[in-house]
Design a protein around this ligand. Structure first.
Ligand SMILES: [Zn+2]
Ligand SMILES: [Zn+2]
Length: 555
């Protein structure tokens, strides 16, 4: 890899998926990381809820990693700090709300006191090694989102982070077009930009538009109104509470992550004007038309507050006919079935369900094509590099950038090494990239034996055979089978058939095989594999264990 003293950009995550963002900028052999996030597990990874980028490339350059800068507090941007920081051990920079959120997450780790987090003020400019950084306030679906201008001697990069253009956000500062256009006037080499909503034509819409719809729905509801949204969406919490106040209802927070968000937000100076929330236990003391619940579980998560109440697992609250639940969130692709199940259950209870298909109860936090065009008009870069998207988002975004007369658009994938300057910007190499999975508290490669075995067990099941034999191969006990996920209750007799095959095979195997455990295991597996394939059409994981009651005779 020949990067010399050039300015380079490397995405290690987030350039093939919406999630697990990890971006690197390199100059004079020094590196700066922007964001270190997680993604949801995938169907093809059984038992895995969280995945994250493989950071090995930068771990190998750890002494030259100057810092990790966080654009904002969403899990797909900071969720992996908790798992990967011990491999990196670099200082972290974040604005106050993001820093508070990070502290609250790191409090669960045993290295919390070792992480140095520097709080950056909104709009602050400071240097890290050869990088001169300026935080630019944008708008999104969490407080304090930032674009970051990286000025270097080889040119300026604007890393947009996740953004939308909201001129009337409910919380925090408005989108700082002035700063972006000022930097545009100075000259921008590249914009590395959010692609999430590149297929959307219409503007994302301001958070301030939602209050009226909430008021209307609340006015039409005789019973409890529930609003479910992402726990980190502080502005949406405020929108819901303000609607509750206007309709003389008391707001109740249900779900641990929501309670934590409110604590973090208040510590960072948000939501402090709102009245205190009513305790969950007191809901029963109030008439139903005086209650507004704000709940976790908008994605149909079985352990989310909304699911638990809907399935009668909450001691203090139950839903009835006359109640309304507002799904004030988007459907994350992959969660359609879980959300559908939950909405069916609410219908069974006679509860009205309102989603963004029915009314304006959610606005996206990401830029549509109109907002992307505005970002490019403000910054006027030489090069557009779309990130924060799947391949199709990135390809479409590159096309859009060209349509908007940006001289060059570069399509990247995880591991692309882009030389931004000197010379024409281009991909010059691919570096190691990949995914890691969180298995319990252990971080493993998605290609590890553990995951491979689990996939096989999930899809094909398991047969385990234990043979107790003496040195001549005579069985000292009937073959012992354990099966998991292979046979149905109605065909358990198959075990007897398998036992007969095992006994016959032991008689037929040559002495050389009988006498050696390894050969015996290998041959017996081959026989069982063949029987299972021919007779049952299945390919289960097969484990054979040989136990000798006398020592194996050596050849
Ligand atoms: Zn975000
Ligand atoms: Zn994001």
């Amino acid at each position: 890899m020949k990067i010399g003293n050039g300015l380079v950009f490397v995405p290690l995550g987030g350039a093939e998926e919406i999630g697990m963002n990890l971006n690197l900028y390199g100059l004079e052999k020094k590196w700066l990381m922007i964001d270190l996030g997680v993604a949801f597990g995938e169907d093809r990874l059984p038992g895995i809820d969280t995945i994250m980028p493989d950071p090995q490339f930068i771990v190998d350059h750890r002494e030259d990693l100057l810092g990790l800068v966080l654009t904002h507090g969403h899990e797909d941007h900071l969720g992996a700090v908790k798992y990967l920081w011990p491999r990196l051990r670099c200082p972290i920079y974040a604005t106050p709300f993001t820093a508070e959120l990070l502290h609250s997450k790191l409090s669960e780790t045993n290295f919390r006191d070792e992480v140095g987090v520097t709080k950056v003020s909104l709009g602050e400019r400071f240097s890290i090694g050869p990088f001169d950084l300026e935080f630019i306030t944008t708008t999104h679906s969490i407080p304090e989102p930032n674009a970051i201008a990286l000025r270097t001697k080889l040119g300026t990069v604007v890393h947009t982070g996740d953004f939308k253009i909201d001129r009337q956000p409910i919380i925090g500062e408005t989108f700082d077009s002035g700063a972006l256009s000022r930097i545009g006037d100075e000259g921008v080499l590249a914009v590395v930009c959010d692609s999430t909503n590149v297929f959307e034509e219409k503007e994302s819409g301001s958070e301030s538009l939602l209050g009226d719809t909430f008021d209307k729905i609340i006015a039409e509801t005789e019973g409890i109104v529930g609003v479910t949204t992402f726990a980190s969406n502080v502005a949406r919490i405020q929108t819901a509470v303000e609607a509750a106040i206007r309709s003389d209802r008391h707001a109740v927070l249900i779900g641990r992550s929501l309670v934590r968000t409110v604590q973090v937000a208040r510590a960072a100076g948000y939501l402090n004007e709102l009245p205190d929330f009513i305790s969950e236990k007191d809901v029963g003391l109030l008439p139903r038309d005086k209650v507004l619940l704000i709940c976790t579980g908008s994605q149909g998560e079985p352990r989310g507050a909304l699911s638990r109440i809907s399935y009668g697992q909450n001691r203090n609250i139950e839903f009835k006919s006359g109640d309304t639940i507002i799904f004030s969130s988007k459907i994350i692709p992959g969660n359609e079935k879980a959300i559908g199940r939950l909405q069916n259950q609410l219908s069974v209870l006679g509860v009205d369900v309102v989603t963004e298909r029915d009314a304006l109860v959610h606005v996206s936090g990401h830029p549509s094509r109109v907002e992307l065009a505005e970002m490019y008009a403000l910054t006027r870069p030489e090069v557009a590099i779309p990130v924060h998207g799947e391949r199709r988002h990135i390809a479409e975004h590159a096309k859009l950038a060209k349509k908007l007369q940006i001289p060059q658009a570069i399509e990247v994938n995880n591991g692309s090494l882009v030389l931004l300057a000197p010379g024409k910007a281009r991909v010059i190499d691919e570096v190691q990239s990949g995914k890691l999975a969180l298995n319990g508290s252990q971080v493993v490669s998605v290609d590890s034996t553990l995951i491979k075995e689990r996939k096989k067990l999930m899809h094909e099941g398991l047969i385990s055979l234990t043979l107790l034999v003496d040195s001549t191969g005579d069985l000292k006990k009937a073959p012992n089978f354990i099966t998991r996920g292979v046979l149905d209750d109605t065909n358990m007799d198959a075990i007897k058939d398998l036992a007969v095959i095992v006994i016959d095979s032991l008689e037929e195997f040559p002495q050389k095989i009988i006498e050696c455990d390894d050969l015996l295991v290998k041959e017996m597996k081959r026989v069982l594999r063949k029987v299972m394939r021919n007779k049952w059409g299945s390919k289960p994981e097969i484990i054979v264990e040989v136990m000798r009651i006398e020592e194996c005779s050596k050849k």
